[in-house]
Design a protein around this ligand. Sequence first.
Ligand SMILES: Nc1ncnc2c1ncn2[C@@H]1O[C@H](COP(=O)(O)OP(=O)(O)OP(=O)(O)O)[C@@H](O)[C@H]1O
Length: 817
Amino acid sequence: MGTPVNIIVGSQVWVEDPEIAWIHGEVAEINGKKAKILTIDGKSVVKEISSIYPKDTEAPPAGVDDMTKLAYLHEPGVLYNLACRFSLNEIYTYTGNILIAVNPFRRLPHLYDIHMMEQYKGAAFGELSPHLFAVADTCYRAMINENGSQSILVSGESGAGKTETTKMLMRYLAFMGGRSNTEGRTVEQQVLESNPVLEAFGNAKTVKNNNSSRFGKFVEIQFDKNGKISGAAIRTYLLERSRVCQVSDPERNYHCFYMLCAAPPEDIKKYKLGDPRQFHYLNQSNCYKVSNMDDAKEYLETRNAMDIVGINLDEQDAIFRVVAAILHLGNINFVKGKEFDSSKLKDDKSLFHLRTVAELLMCNEKSLQDSLCQRVIVTPDGNITKLLDPDAAALSRDALAKTVYSKLFDWIVDKINNSIGQDSNAISIIGHVFKMEQEVYTKEEINWSYVEFVDNQDVLDLIEKKPGGIIALLDEACMFPKSTHETFAQKMYQTYKAHKRFRKPKLAQTDFTINHYAGDVTYQADYFLDKNKDYVVAEHQALLWASKCNFVANLFPPLHEETSKQSKFSSIGSQFKQQLQSLMETLSTTEPHYIRCVKPNTVLQPGIFENNNVLNQLRCGGVLEAIRISCAGYPTKRTFEEFLNRFGMVALDVLDGSDEKKSSIAICDKMGLKGYQIGKTKVFLRAGQMAELDARRAEIISKAARRLQRQIMTYLTRKVFITQRKATIHIQKTWRAKLARKLYEQMRREAASIQIQKHVRAHKERMHYSSLQASTIVIQSGLRALAARNEYSYRRRTKASIKVQVNTYLEDLRVCE
Ligand SMILES: Nc1ncnc2c1ncn2[C@@H]1O[C@H](COP(=O)(O)OP(=O)(O)OP(=O)(O)O)[C@@H](O)[C@H]1O
């Protein structure tokens, strides 16, 4: 992790705090090697400068999605970044190629819907927000493109979300890998459907998790050459056997026991069960119920899930007979017998339970009692029967219960595997991967001198080396009947007193401390012997092999003499070691991807982020170490061929067709990469450089895609345009002809109308003229008549006047005369 740099008065820093792990403050004073800091909660503390860390004042308020982008890479920076993101419901964060998943303890369905899967499909790692789909997608594409087996290691403490994460990973792989059907159901469906069965028999309520898997699990999904899912396997490791007989408040035994006690009345009667409080294996704890879990309903659902995974009704009956027998077995109590150090059944109740066990397991009642109260010791002079005192008989009873239960669990796992199609790949351990990296660097003769690797081989040797390791000592102790955890602890103290990884804590009687690479862990040796001793006792084996129930007998097939001798001493520790070794071998053929699940609080509630708790998980999980290594070393390596296949396109002009190494160097230089290394066969890139190259590659691909799109669009648009133009011209032509015709018609109509108007006007004018003419004539004739009349009257008047004149004249004349 980073070292304190440039701390001056006024610097913003992180200071250790007992409550919240790290608190933010400002340096007020510096005195030699010490600094006085005013923290944001108003306190003033004095600390060694070497213990404080600078705070990045320009860090984005929402945090960074990859820890390796942090300006200052140190513990408080990492913790604060995770906390910031968690408060915004951003539960996923990368640390290089490790995904950290903080359990939200609340459903976030939008994060896992089909729309989200579509988005991550084929997206470059790091392009979208961190997500487990991105890890699954990278894994899937690497498998398709590089034809290599992959593994995703999901780790974290109990309740951190490993099971949920695994379910989502499987869902995504099934989405990508298409569906290859087995009798109508998909492989991934079958794996998911087998979960309720495994959980009923392998999960229990613990302090840390209401539904805690009490066994290690490795699920593998196999794909065929077309990338379609073709098979799956579930491998389980080290079921916690002691829980069958020992359980303490507020924990429970395995769910199946409580489910069976809540079964429908006919089943309860058949198995002679009832209230769980009456059974010793359940009533050592006062916890019988788990919130949000209905045991009666779960029983029916488990039965249903058993149908689905192909466990037939007879097998189901046998399974629940065995579960019931274990409960009855726990209620068999012993008291001192007549002979020295012997034991017998305590009372009638114990007799009832013994008979019920014999009935349910279909074995001989007397042989059952003998197998609990006696041991046959094989000596060169013949077999000796050793009687067991009541305590030893009770231990023998518990050993039988544990053995039967773990055999039953193994049978269930096998059955599930047979029904979905077995496979043999496996997982590995993160510490070893770092070691593998180092070996590759050496082989490639590249300069890795400043990559400080934590080599934990000495710790591994301390634990598992044969002879001399802790497991070997433990096995040895188990073979001596007189061993106790005190003698075992003393032996360890003596053997490892000079070992630099082993320490005896002061005042400890049986505790011992191992200095693992992530820190010290103190172990209590108290239960080591008991837990390691769980081999199958020969008497138990013989008893159950003779069962009239085929199912029970087949759980205990007889061993060959040789293996039988060995198996007696094949302790749990050695078995587990062997299993891990085989996992390691498989890992060397797969490329690992890591998801580290983190439990943000111990109260299993949403929205609470307990700093100290999270920090502990990051430290123990090696996350902080991994960040440091991934930043210091070369997390990405590719063979020249792979490198050129992938990145040749980013610098076509510098490719030298004959020399892959030269071309690889040329590409790196052209892209301005600094500090990369070239080995004999591979290119080694520093953290983020692959992403840089990928971004450039994506840019080129998208540019090419855009160009293609443009061409196609132009072609298509032009085609449409030409057709449209043709159609338009045609339409125009037709319309124009129609319009012209219409116009012509109209003009014709207009011309006709003008003609008519003209005629009418002429007619009217004629009529008017005629009438004028007529009136003129009338007037003329009137005038003429008037004139005539006037003339006539004038003439008459003139005549009269003349007459008068004449008369007058005549008169005058007469007068004159
Ligand atoms: N991604 C998630 N979204 C919502 N809830 C989650 C998520 N991951 C875990 N949880 C919650 O946390 C609980 C514990 O998770 P899970 O059982 O997966 O833990 P685990 O690591 O498998 O524990 P164990 O080792 O004890 O089996 C789940 O029952 C679920 O309620």
